[in-house]
Ligand binder design. Structure first.
Ligand code: NAD
Ligand code: DAU
Length: 355
């Protein structure tokens, strides 16, 4: 039986990962550590309720005593670190929490793992232990119209969010290079799918279209992202956990580059059709002030993970976006909870005066 410590497992990708692992393996134990910030949502884990293989722990990855206790009590074979502040726009408004969670939280987790897994007297690491850092293509910076990010592209982050993720990646490699810790870093492109908080492009546009609100497109809307269906990402992390070579970085991309305007137009078309609602049309699009420092294009070369581990993105965007829209339309209670309360204040602050 394999035991995982998953951090951030009540968020979008972390929760999908927990559910994926519980579906795939019978012989598994998952300790899920999450601080339940605005992005953490226990409704994401409804399918795991009552499942004895999943233990949820409410807490902060920066809490040394708590993390050390979890490592001691549960002795996980593998730590998969998803927990983060993940939204670029929030990082522009308030960068400090990104340093606390993404940098300090990561270093705390690394240090606690080292203390639990390394025997200084023997100068040896306990066998079979691994740490996986879930990072992002944003650490590489932005691309022009040509070329792709590979694992050797120099890090050149632009937003406070991506700067904090890049710093964390450097610490992970430092723990490998300095102390010999067994680590992997995955750097993936934009995920989409069920359970993503509606501050991000796709769920925000689905919700606004459904409720006939304006669809705020930053700048000219011709920025390009490489969209990856979340379950394909989970499969990649599972492969890295079981077969990734220590010290390696793996890019994980969707092979699916689209402009933001294309994404918004697709959502308008699909949501309008599904609801038989002709008021959901391109007249809802509003071009608003651009994001400062907005990265123009991301494009991932994931040849390495394909060659080494046999991974490729299985879900075509045309299928993934329909599944995603269906999930949001079929889960009105989840959407209602996620878009009420604090979200309303966030939305007003972020969008009301954005011309
Ligand atoms: P998310 O914002 O949906 O979820 C983050 C989770 O972390 C939440 O459940 C939150 O409660 C938890 N959390 C935050 N601070 C914490 C703390 N101090 N201690 C414990 N838990 C804490 O994020 P996501 O989109 O699921 O992203 C997960 C990871 O993947 C992040 O590290 C992010 O940088 C990375 N990533 C995301 C994407 C994407 O498209 N969403 C793409 C590339 C990389
Ligand atoms: O590339 C991986 C990254 O993808 C992850 O590391 C981040 O955690 C994740 O949030 C995501 O970052 P982006 O900034 O690319 O995602 P977001 O959904 O915020 O925006 C996608 C694009 O859409 C981006 O070019 C900005 C634009 N956008 C976004 C919002 C929320 C709009 O035009 N209007 C909007 O209202």
């Amino acid at each position: 039986m394999k035991t995982y410590l998953i951090t951030g497992g009540a968020g979008f990708i972390g929760a999908n990962m927990v559910l994926y692992l519980l579906r795939k393996y019978t012989d598994i134990r998952i300790i899920n550590l999450d601080a339940l910030t605005y992005a953490g949502n226990m409704e994401n884990l409804q399918q795991a309720e009552g499942d004895g293989r999943h233990v949820f722990v409410h807490g902060d990855v920066g809490d040394k005593a708590l993390v050390a206790r979890l490592l001691r009590e549960h002795d996980p074979d593998c730590v998969i670190h998803f927990a983060a502040e993940s939204h670029v726009d929030r990082s522009i408004a308030d960068p400090m929490i990104f340093v606390d969670t993404n940098v300090r939280g990561t270093v705390n987790l690394l240090q606690c793992c080292k203390e639990a897994w390394y025997d200084p007297a023997q100068r040896s690491w306990r066998p079979g232990k691994k740490y996986i850092q879930v990072s992002t293509d944003e650490v590489y910076g932005a691309l022009g119209p040509e070329g792709y990010f590979t694992e050797t592209t120099p890090l050149n982050p632009h937003s406070p969010y991506s700067a904090s993720k890049a710093a964390a990646d450097h610490y992970v490699m430092a723990f490998h290079d300095t102390y010999g810790m067994s680590v992997n870093i995955t750097r993936c492109s934009n995920n989409y799918g069920p359970r993503q908080a509606p501050e991000k492009l796709i769920p925000l546009m689905i919700h606004n279209a459904q409720t006939h609100q304006p669809l705020p497109v930053y700048g000219d809307g011709l920025q390009v992202r490489d969209w990856l269906y979340v379950e394909d990402h989970c499969k990649a992390i599972d492969l890295v956990a079981t077969a990734g070579r220590s010290g390696e970085i793996y890019n994980v991309g969707g092979h699916n580059e689209r402009t933001n305007l294309f994404i918004v137009e697709t959502i308008i078309d699909q949501v309008g059709r599904r609801l038989h609602d002709s008021e959901i049309n391109e007249g809802l699009i509003r071009h608003v002030a651009d994001r400062p420092g907005h990265d123009r294009r991301y494009g991932i070369d994931s040849a390495k993970i394909r060659a080494d581990l046999g991974w490729y993105p299985e879900t075509a965007f045309e299928d993934g976006i329909v599944k995603t829209i269906d999930w949001y339309l079929d889960n009105p209670q989840w959407v209602r909870h996620a878009t009420s309360g604090a979200y309303q204040d966030y939305y007003a602050n972020m969008y009301e005066n954005r011309r």
